[in-house]
Design a protein around this ligand. Sequence first.
Ligand code: G
Ligand code: MN
Length: 390
Amino acid sequence: MTVPLGTSIQAYDALRPRVVAVDDDPLIRELICSVAGMSGCDSAQVSSLSELDPVLDAGGASDLIVLDLDLGATDGVNVLRHLHDRHCRSPIVIASGCHARVVQSAVDVGQSFGLTMLAPLAKPFAHGELAAAVKKHSASHAVLTPEDVEKAIWNGEIAVHMQPIVDVMNGHAAGAKALVRWNHPTRGLLRPDQFIPMVEKLPLMLPLTMEIAGQAVRSIAGCPAVLQTSINVPPVCLADPSFPDLLADLAAASGLAPTRMTVEITETAAMEDPAFTAAQVTRLRIKGFQVALDDFGTGYASLVELHRMPVSEIKIDRSFVMSMSTDRSAQAIVRSIVGLGRNLDLRVIAEGVENLEVLRLLQAFECDLAQGYHFARPMPATDLAKWARD
Ligand code: G
Ligand code: MN
């Protein structure tokens, strides 16, 4: 398969490393952007929290955020909280003139939010100090080309890791979620957020998804028949009229009952065109596959749409599940979704279960299934059968 040039250039741009300057001082923003430019990165600048989302939404998966602490109307800690809320994976460099202890505690706060905090810069910083951080970033995010992705699929560089899913009530293995990794020859193991945004812009998502599905099927073939496998199916694949047939062919060729396979689509994607999605979901269900609404609670499915969408399962977004033991409203949301699932006769799975406390709450709510580090991290596909036996 060859990739049309127009598409490849677009994707190329979306993945160029970029520096995002968040500072209320226009001169500092300009300085940061010019250092970025000299180091071969794109740049963007933002002076307030309200401007941040559109800039980050428009970017690729390869931003470096340079963040001031005293932003006038708001402050860097509020920005860090906001970045946490939007599950930001970009590395962050705090550049501030505040006292070193204040800067360090802001770094600690960012770390406690699970953000990737790099060494901070004390203002006024030398041009070279910032350039060093930017160069390091751009070297680790050199552009991956569509040709690289294409080769990766055909050369067996795509690996699937499986994360177990367990029955909440008895703790038994119920299945496993297939999560893609790219075993890059020079950069090591790449996570999906480092390459999927690019692949989604290319006509390669369908072959990639079928490759993942094939590996997932092989992984559970050696496991007890009670185990299912779930795969992520992005909107471009779901929209492809041939997708349900390809999946059915794959299941038939490997002798796997389609009921042992769950197609996960995100709530947000499903609601972009609920009528069309419902049609495709119906076709998959006719063929015997299960279908789950992933990241449930972060999109805007109305009850009517949920009722019309013939899914078999809803998967509660991990942002609610992870904060459940400390945040009462997150707990109420999880409890409501479990109740909704029960009333609509849908299985409910909670993702992001990190500790026993959360598991106990899910048991009290009678949630069906759970996935999370408390049970197991994603593991190489060949390790799943052993995990399921032990
Ligand atoms: O596609 P799906 O919604 O299953 O993706 C789940 C994602 O969440 C994967 O990237 C996986 O590595 C991650 N994940 C799974 N369990 C946990 C967990 O307990 N905590 C956190 N923080 N992330 C998790
Ligand atoms: Mn999810």
